[in-house]
Each structure stands twice: as structure tokens, then as C-alpha cells.
Design a protein around this ligand. Structure first.
Ligand code: SAM
Ligand code: SF4
Length: 317
């Protein structure tokens, strides 16, 4: 269905857990998250019902995220059941990749077509720093397992952080020569609790264009990224700029958190609960949430932080 600004809402980003096996500094606090009561979170049945309801209202694309979706015990079953919902044409997952060595194949067989895998650095030491507990090798093994499993598309997402990985733009972009993947640089967003980062960390994606003058422009593919390619590379380079040039006018998304809150906008306060509702109740809440989408998320910068009042792991990035 259309929202009040005429945008067709066709994309549901579904968070299946707030938990994660990493602790990225821009995403969650060092101590992890305070585990919520089981009965506060959506059950698998509620997740499937929510996806059916969303599909009836015109959602065709589903992205499963978190927290880390691959730490969820029933993730394969969730993917299989949601991919089978009539009207859902594509199920994608955003993951840190560390559990892909075991799960890349079962998820592909469950109907997942595309993967976005997060990778902010190619240095083992810096990977450990940014994730606080992770190992780069595990993430690389995950990417290789995904490449072997035959996905339609794999994208690597790097959050661009001044003073951390702005000296790695060329090697990260160079992965599009090594593998048939797209690499996307995403501006760091000032969430509720990203106190580890000062103003110098928030740099615009234009920095990528300055670092790689050889980039050739590619035509847009309907997504939110501006697209380029290194000469001769297998994959493209995408720039996603929520701060320096927001893409709200083309936003076709609605979000559902793992604790059952529909969020019309990633950076807005408004939330509509569907926990415990039947099909009719859910449909009403989906309609209300879609009609509450704001025109844009407002100014976002180091000084003007996201109004979401949640960290990214509890929303679903
Ligand atoms: N755990 C999975 C992962 O890391 O890909 C999925 C959830 S994570 C919240 C989704 C995406 O949000 C990741 O690509 C992560 O880098 C990004 N993200 C988290 N916090 C962010 C922030 N403050 N600014 C920009 N991107 C952020
Ligand atoms: Fe976990 Fe993803 Fe957040 Fe990193 S960005 S802490 S991997 S949920």
C-alpha cells in the first residue's frame, strides 16, 4: 500500500533477535544486551503471521536482520516459512557472516536468495577492535562459504568510519576484483549510544570518490545506493549516505523489531506493537504504521542524533 506521501511500501525489514555473537562499537554496548523475557519477543508463528499480513498489504521483499539473525536457533525454519508466503518474491539476510560456514547452504536451500555480509576492515587487529570480540578469519570463511553456496547476489557492507577504516577504502573496494560481490560503504549513523565515536568519525561517502578517482558511474538499480565500478571489477561499489544526502523520498520500507514493534522510520520514535495480536489486529497496526511514515528522518549528524531511542541491534539495521 501507499503511505501519505505516495510511497509504495513493499519492503519489510524483519529483526528476528536483538542478540549477537559480536559487539560492534557503533551498534551495541560492550556488555551486550539485557536479554528480554521470552514472552516479550515475537514467536515464530507471530513472525510468519506478520509476514503474511505485510504481503497482503503489498510487501514483496523481506530482509531478515537483527542483532545477528544467524544466532537464532530456528532461523532456517523462519526463512523457509517466510519465503513460502504468497506474495513474497525475495528473502534476503543481513549477517555478520561468522555463522555462514555452517548455515550458508541450509539457508540457501530454505529459499534465501541474497546476502548482505558486514565487513568493516581487512585487518585482524582492527576487526577485533571494532567488533570487540570477533575474528576476521571467521567472517572471511563465512563469505567464502556464501560464495560456494550459490546465492543470487552477495553484498559486503562496510560502515565508513573516519580515523578507523578511511585508510582502507581501496583494499575494501578491491574485494570487487577478488570476488563477484558488491561492496557498499555506509555512512556511520549517530544512534542512541555510539559514544565511542567523536565528530571526526562521521565522514561522508564522498570520501570514497576522492580515494578512488578511477570509479566509473553505473546506472541506478532502484535501491538506495549510488553505484560505481572499479575498471574491470566483477562487482559494483555502492555508496549509502543516510547523513550527507538522505534517500527518504524513495523509502519503501517498514521495520518490525524482534520484540514486535513496527517502526515506520529507522530514526523515528514512533512504534506500533503487534505482539499478541491476531491477523485483523496486525493488519490494522501495519496500516497505521505505514500511514505514519514521516516525510524524512530529519537532520542527522554528530550533533543531531537519531530519535529512535534504540541501538541498531534492537531495531534491525
Ligand atoms: N548482525 C548483522 C550484521 O552485522 O550485518 C545484522 C544486523 S546489523 C544491526 C545491520 C547493519 O547495520 C550492519 O551492516 C551494521 O554494520 C549496520 N550498523 C549498525 N550500527 C550502525 C551505525 N551506527 N551506523 C551505520 N550502520 C550501522
Ligand atoms: Fe552484531 Fe551486527 Fe550489531 Fe555488529 S552490527 S554488533 S554484528 S548486530
Amino acid at each position: 500500500m501507499k503511505d501519505t506521501y505516495g510511497r509504495e511500501i513493499s519492503y519489510l525489514r524483519l529483526s528476528v533477535t536483538e542478540l549477537c555473537n559480536l559487539r560492534c562499537r557503533y551498534c551495541m554496548p560492550a556488555e551486550g544486551v539485557c536479554k528480554k523475557e521470552h514472552d516479550e519477543m515475537l514467536t515464530e508463528e507471530e513472525i510468519v503471521l506478520a509476514v503474511e499480513t505485510a504481503a497482503e498489504l503489498g510487501v514483496t521483499k523481506l530482509r531478515i536482520t537483527g542483532g545477528e539473525p544467524l544466532v537464532k536457533k530456528n532461523i532456517v525454519s523462519i526463512c523457509e516459512r517466510t519465503a513460502a508466503v504468497p506474495g513474497i518474491r525475495e528473502v534476503c539476510i543481513t549477517t555478520n557472516g561468522t555463522r555462514l560456514p555452517e548455515l550458508a547452504r541450509p539457508l540457501r536451500e530454505a529459499g534465501v536468495r541474497r546476502l548482505n555480509i558486514s565487513l568493516d576492515t581487512l585487518s585482524e587487529e582492527k576487526y577485533r577492535y571494532i567488533t570487540r570480540i570477533g575474528s576476521l578469519n571467521q567472517a572471511i570463511d563465512g563469505i567464502e562459504a556464501a560464495l560456494d553456496a550459490g546465492y543470487d547476489k552477495i553484498k559486503l557492507n562496510a560502515v565508513l568510519i573516519g580515523g578507523f577504516n578511511d585508510d582502507e577504502i581501496a583494499p575494501l573496494a578491491g574485494l570487487t576484483r577478488r570476488w563477484p560481490v558488491d561492496v557498499r560503504f555506509i555512512e556511520l549513523m549517530p544512534m542512541y549510544d555510539s559514544g565511542d565515536f567523536g565528530p571526526e568519525a562521521f565522514i561522508p561517502c564522498e570520501r570514497v570518490l576522492q580515494a578512488l578517482p578511477e570509479l566509473e558511474k553505473e546506472s541506478p538499480d532502484g535501491g538506495v545506493a549510488r553505484l560505481y565500478r572499479l575498471p574491470g571489477a566483477q562487482g559494483r561499489i555502492g555508496l549509502i549516505s543516510p547523513l550527507s544526502s538522505h534517500f527518504c523520498a524513495a523509502c519503501n520500507r517498514i521495520r518490525l523489531t524482534a520484540d514486535g514493534k513496527l517502526k515506520p522510520c529507522l530514526h523515528g520514535k514512533a512504534e506500533f506493537s503487534i505482539k499478541g495480536l491476531d491477523r485483523d489486529g496486525m493488519r490494522e497496526q501495519f496500516r497505521t504504521a505505514m500511514l505514519s511514515k514521516p516525510e524524512w528522518h530529519g537532520e542527522l549528524s554528530y550533533q543531531n542524533r537519531s530519535q529512535a531511542g534504540r541501538n541498531m541491534n534492537t531495531i534491525g539495521g
